[in-house]
Write a protein that binds this ligand. Structure first.
Ligand code: GN1
Ligand code: MG
Length: 356
């Protein structure tokens, strides 16, 4: 690993990298500063089976972080490195390295003042809503053409349903028979869940640049519980605003875990929903009426999409997401489906909150 690290332009000497358990896709490490007070770094092996266009991916991140950095500078923000990610270039000025073995690595400045959380209070949910609304605002003047789709059709539910149908047809792991009840639940909602894509084709629903992975743990908070920095910019791309609104609610406004094996733990936390919505709507003044009225729908869409994606991976024999035990993707699937059912029960209340 020293050989990898030595290719990046680090400002000071560092210690041994330590693995960090974050995310389901890439492998992450912290490279601590050798001397306290100096800069530490965040090293990642990019999963290039998933991000097949690493060059495009890294250019996206550079474009987005430069754009936000300029906005923060113009606002006179002091400790900018705490508020936007900073990629560390290689000694020959590239944004990543590729090893002889075909692995891709990148390095970020490590934001040591921040920490991530798995659960929020209504107070921190409100602030998170402000922060994600601000994030969309900051990127609203970046032309769509400035970014590539780091994963094509990433949040396109029609595409995800097609992938699921292919997985069912192939039945590679011989698991289809055991999931028929879930498949039925997915199929009977498919038409409704493809509404957004249809509205887009009819020109009624716009796309905007979204983060596309606004899980609650992709935001760093400071010691006082205030949002500091939005991280994991791998999937920033044009999409429906629901992607960001819905993914936050999927993770933060869920009383259970994303992979809860006890389905009775899973309910919608309406106080978190209310608080985040308030914070978000205060910032996201660019929303059209249809986008605003479809926010509760967006929550369901993202839980539905995650149900479809986890199930697809289960049927394919666990080739996409990292798993911690053999049934993990199936457990995740059932937990996301239960969350969807719970959200359906709360839809009318959610609509009232958004209107209010
Ligand atoms: C993946 O790596 P991570 O945990 O940030 C996935 C998201 C899913 C999420 C489910 C590139 O994100 O889309 O919502 O797992 N990222 C990719 O927890 O597929
Ligand atoms: Mg991610």
């Amino acid at each position: 690993m020293q050989n990898i690290i030595s290719q990046f332009r680090l400002a000071n000497s560092v210690g041994e990298p330590r693995p960090l358990k974050v995310g389901l896709i890439n492998d992450s490490y912290i490279i601590p500063a050798a001397t306290e007070g100096e800069e530490s770094y965040f090293l990642q092996r990019i999963n290039h089976h998933i991000f097949t266009n690493v060059e495009g991916l890294q250019n996206n991140i550079k474009t987005v972080t430069d754009h936000i950095r300029t906005k923060l500078q113009n606002k006179g923000v002091a400790d900018i490195d705490n508020h936007v990610l900073r990629l560390i270039p290689t000694k020959d000025n590239r944004l990543y390295i590729k090893t002889a073995g075909g692995d891709y690595w990148r390095v970020y400045h490590f934001i040591s003042a921040g920490h991530s959380v798995e659960q929020v209070t209504p107070e921190s949910a409100y602030l998170a809503g402000v922060a994600f609304g601000e994030f969309q605002n900051q990127l609203s003047d970046l032309p769509h053409s400035a970014l590539c789709e780091s994963i094509p059709n990433f949040h396109n539910i029609e595409f995800r349903l097609w992938q699921l149908s292919e997985a069912v047809k192939a039945d590679k792991a011989g698991r289809v028979a055991g999931t028929q009840d879930i498949l039925n639940e997915i199929n009977r909602r498919a038409d409704d869940m493809c509404l957004a894509e249809r509205l887009f084709r009819e020109g009624k629903l716009p796309k905007r640049i979204n983060h596309c992975d606004t899980k609650v743990n992709n935001m760093l908070f400071d010691d006082e519980g205030k949002p500091m920095c939005i991280v994991d910019l791998d999937t920033v791309m044009p999409g429906f605003v629901f992607s960001d609104f819905g993914d936050f609610m999927r993770t933060a406004a869920n009383t259970g875990a994303e992979d809860d094996s006890d389905l009775n733990n899973i309910h919608v936390n309406m106080e978190v929903f209310r608080a985040y919505t308030e914070g978000y709507l205060g910032q996201a003044r660019f929303l059209t009426d249809i986008e605003r009225s479809m926010l509760p729908y967006g929550c369901r869409l993202l839980s539905y999409m995650q149900t479809v994606r986890f199930l697809t991976d289960w049927l394919n024999g666990d080739t996409y997401y990292k798993i911690l035990y053999p049934e993990h993707n199936l457990v995740r699937t059932r937990a996301q489906l239960r969350l969807l059912e719970e959200q359906e029960k709360c839809s009318t209340d959610m609509e009232k909150i958004v209107k209010a």
